[in-house]
Write a protein that binds this ligand. Structure first.
Ligand code: 9RB
Ligand code: ZN
Length: 373
């Protein structure tokens, strides 16, 4: 079992009050689409928060206070006009992030600022050494948000906002983002496209969301040339594809880049039961990914590792995936076993396929070309 660590944990009841409306999955109600809650609804995250308590892991984690990100902190990443529009709509009847499908209700701007502000503080406590690592169970998620608009259920770019605090206030020089959400991390890619101080790695299902995004050929420009790595895995990828990606791409890229801090965009939509993704990762798969990240953070940056929750839409399965990750990074194993695990252990979907390996080997060449510190 892993060593015991001081792991910070963020959750706030208000995160479950962010209202994404009755757009069936993503489609607005129409004569053929019966209204139902959006996939990005409170259940997945609130049920993970519940399992953290019922499993008693919550008593072992260091629960962190939450706070709102200030305007100054948000302006390091976002445009003022976008923030003003969010605030105005949030104070009246609610609104939409900017891509036509990122619905939010009354009060969501404040909730989003609380998500971002709490991640800033958690990251700060890891940098100061008060904590060893941390998990922010935040909502709304952030990895699709861009400087001037919300996108794909995301309003504020939580991870970049925390990274800019680390760099501009705490003087951290180099940060790596590992994004294992099943969708492409387009927000960080855009924000750090020509910035060599942040290595952005996104592992996602090929051509899922956003459309025309996340291609392996997109590697950054100027000062950021070679510091953006996309690994677009074919639909249907299981554990072995993810493990090989971590070993052949993520580790070599991190090793060359030598980050001072590793941030993780932690989405559980590559899971076996997700309604939006077609991947096959189990809770033990996510546990193993977390184990590798802890090991590499120990080797490269004194263990400094901060997870920020993104997507994941199976209300019954996300809690077991999230619990496994939090158990692994904190070194506390609870008595809760994933009830799905026995049925999936020998599923042939987990075997590495040749088409998956081909993408991984192409991406390994990009990792070998990351500019060295
Ligand atoms: C619409 C489309 C989507 C699809 C997936 C997400 C998931 C985000 C997430 C959000 C919006 C397309 C409405 C394509 O979990 N990120 O981590 N929207 N999809 N075309 N149209 C019209
Ligand atoms: Zn996602």
């Amino acid at each position: 079992m892993a060593a015991i660590r001081r792991t910070g944990y963020v959750w706030d009841e208000s995160f479950a009050w962010h209202n994404t409306g009755n757009t069936a999955a993503i489609w607005p109600p129409s004569p053929v689409v019966q209204p139902i809650e959006a996939f990005e609804n409170p259940a997945t995250k609130a049920r993970l928060a519940s399992l953290v308590e019922v499993s008693r892991l919550g008593a072992e984690l260091i629960r962190r206070p939450t706070r709102l990100a200030t305007e100054e902190e948000l302006l390091r990443v976002h445009e003022g006009a976008y923030l003003q529009r969010l605030e105005r709509e949030s104070n009246h009847t609610g609104g939409e992030g900017g891509d036509g499908e990122t619905i939010f209700g009354v009060g969501s701007y404040e909730i989003a600022r609380r998500a971002a502000g709490s991640l800033i503080d958690l990251t700060d406590a890891v940098l100061s050494g008060e904590l060893d690592n941390g998990y922010a169970l935040v909502r709304p998620p952030g990895h699709h948000a861009e400087p001037d608009r919300g996108r794909g259920y995301c309003l504020l770019a939580n991870v970049p906002i925390a990274i800019e605090h680390a760099r501009q206030v705490r003087g951290v020089e180099r940060v790596a983002i590992v994004d294992y959400d099943v969708h492409h991390g387009n927000g960080a890619e855009r924000i750090y496209w020509s910035d060599g101080g942040v290595l952005t790695i996104s592992i996602h299902q090929d051509q899922l969301f956003p459309e025309n995004s996340g291609e392996i050929t997109k590697t950054g420009e100027g000062d950021g040339a070679g510091t953006n790595i996309n690994i677009p895995l074919p639909a249907g990828s299981g554990h072995e594809a993810y493990f090989e990606t971590f070993k052949q791409v993520v580790y070599p890229a991190l090793k060359r880049f030598q980050p001072d801090l590793i941030m993780v965009s932690s989405g559980f939509d590559p899971s076996m039961l997700d309604p939006l993704g077609c991947m096959s990762v189990t809770s033990d798969g996510f546990r193993e990914l977390a184990r590798m990240l802890v090991e590499w953070a120990d080797e490269l940056c004194d263990g400094r590792l901060v997870f920020s929750h993104e997507g994941g839409y199976s209300a019954v399965y996300v809690p077991f995936c999230g619990l496994a990750v939090m158990e692994e990074i904190s070194g506390h194993r609870t008595s809760i076993d994933d009830p799905f695990a026995p049925g999936w252990a020998n599923n042939p979907v987990h075997k590495l396929r040749a088409d998956q390996l081909e993408v991984i080997q192409q991406a390994a060449e990009l990792a070998a070309a990351v500019p060295q510190r």
